[in-house]
Design a protein. Structure first.
Length: 454
């Protein structure tokens, strides 16, 4: 199958490389055939003359004196006996009774037009056995007729055609090389080689394609590293409590725990470890649901007040359970609406609340505030606490996936909670940031655009 694809691609490239030069060759060939055809004499209705002169000469020698049918470049038509057929003057030229042997009629008329400054050319014709002379102004000839009169025009045409042919062949050759580079790059990606960059040598027709391909490579490489980090993080965070649980269970098995009080303490520890395992698994499940939000977002339009009231009710219940001092500030019109997924946004805001609960002690303060900024059409949601806060150097990186080096907010989990909040906010065309709160701890701020009826 691979050989067949390569063979097919090879034939396509050959056709692509030949189609422009072949078209140019055909065009040039047709042009030269036309020139060659016009150079030959024609014999029509008793007139023997150059093909390009036949039509106007027939108009003149047949007695038609309508100058509208005579081209401007035709200056005179004279028969051998001296009769001037054109211009229509009914005059005769004084010509010798006899020409010397070997003397051509053209030579006689050439002497008559040498004083004329215009670029006049002369040619002979025969009409019903009688010879004649026709003169015409080359400067007034159409371009395709000028080529017949001056060889340099024909040479220039050949030169230009050759240059166009070579230029087209050169362009096609370069395009072929660049397309082959793209094919090689796609094969590298197919073979999971995301480290070799693809850089366009210079700006050309495929420059944007090269850039898009390179951006795709970087994105794939980043995704691969995220997957590796995810597996390492999951493995480490799950293995640690499992190892501890295994150690305690082996102690039970080996009879090392005989005191019932010690056994009860160990059972409580085991329950705590299994709870930690459950928490880690829930984090992974939540994250897996969040990262599919971009394709699964339901463009529902829901009321901001109903959404916020539901969150406040949940926070009040949880605050009683965890002994937190919750305060709520609301400043927005009740008619505001948001377009998106209320389920995903609920998960993101609740994630921030759970984060605040984990990093505050009993009876500590948590403040949830919602405000509307009318000029920008934005709703600003803040979750603040008086916990340890976030170091300034960690505030930008705290939303990165698997980032757990801040020794605070992300250090207890797998480093995916806050990154999922960022993901949901951005999918809803919003943003999230971390600041210092006037309560003394951290302030996480989510900004979302409201739905505009217009």
């Amino acid at each position: 199958m691979k050989k067949k694809c390569r063979k097919l691609m090879s034939w396509r490239m050959i056709i692509l490389n030949l189609i422009l030069p072949i078209n140019l060759v055909i065009l040039i060939f047709i042009l030269f055939i036309q020139i060659w055809y016009l150079q030959f004499n024609t014999d029509e209705r008793g007139l023997q003359a150059k093909r390009f002169l036949a039509k106007p000469l027939l108009e003149i020698v047949s007695g038609n004196q309508d100058e509208r049918n005579i081209p401007l470049w035709l200056t005179s038509v004279v028969l051998e006996d001296g009769r001037v057929l054109y211009p229509f003057t009914n005059t005769h030229l004084m010509v010798p009774d006899s020409f010397p042997e070997g003397f051509k009629i053209q030579d006689y008329f050439i002497t008559l037009i040498t004083a004329i400054e215009s670029d006049i050319s002369i040619t002979s014709f025969v009409y019903k056995g009688q010879r004649g002379i026709c003169t015409f102004d080359i400067d007034l000839l159409p371009s395709h007729y000028k080529i017949l009169q001056k060889p340099r025009y024909l040479f220039n045409l050949f030169l230009v055609s050759t240059l166009i042919f070579l230029l087209g062949a050169g362009i096609m050759y370069k395009l072929k090389k660049e397309i082959m580079e793209l094919i090689k790059a796609s094969n590298r990606l197919k073979n999971m080689d995301f480290n070799t960059p693809l850089v366009a040598k210079k700006e050309n027709e495929l420059f944007s394609v090269f850039n898009a391909f390179e951006e795709m490579r970087l994105e794939l490489n980043n995704t691969r590293h995220l997957g590796i980090n995810f597996m390492m993080s999951v493995t480490h965070d799950l293995k640690t409590p499992l190892t501890s649980i295994r150690g305690y269970l082996e102690a039970f098995k080996d009879g090392l725990v005989e005191n019932p009080e010690d056994a009860a303490d160990i059972i409580n520890i085991l329950l705590g470890k299994t709870g930690l395992l459950e928490e880690r698994i829930d984090e992974m499940l939540d994250f897996s649901q969040v990262i599919t939000v971009q394709s699964d977002v339901v463009n529902e339009i829901f009321s901001v007040k109903e959404w916020i009231d539901g969150l406040i009710q949940y926070f009040n219940e949880e605050s009683i359970l965890y002994n937190k001092n919750l305060s709520v500030l609301e400043d927005y019109p009740e008619e505001l609406k948001i377009s998106g997924s209320s389920k995903q946004l609920n998960r993101a805001i609740i994630n921030l609340y759970d984060n605040a609960c984990k990093h505050t002690a009993v009876n500590d303060s948590i403040r949830f505030s919602v405000a509307y900024e009318a000029p920008q059409g934005l709703i600003r949601i803040r979750m603040e606490d008086n916990g340890p806060g976030v170091l300034e150097e960690d505030r930008k990186r705290i939303f990165e996936l698997f980032y757990k080096k801040d020794h605070g907010r992300n250090s207890r989990g797998m480093g995916i909670g806050l990154s999922s909040v960022k993901f949901v906010a951005e999918v809803h065309y919003g943003s999230v940031a971390c600041h210092e709160s006037d309560l003394g701890g951290a302030c996480f701020e989510v900004i979302l655009p409201v739905f505009q009826d217009s």
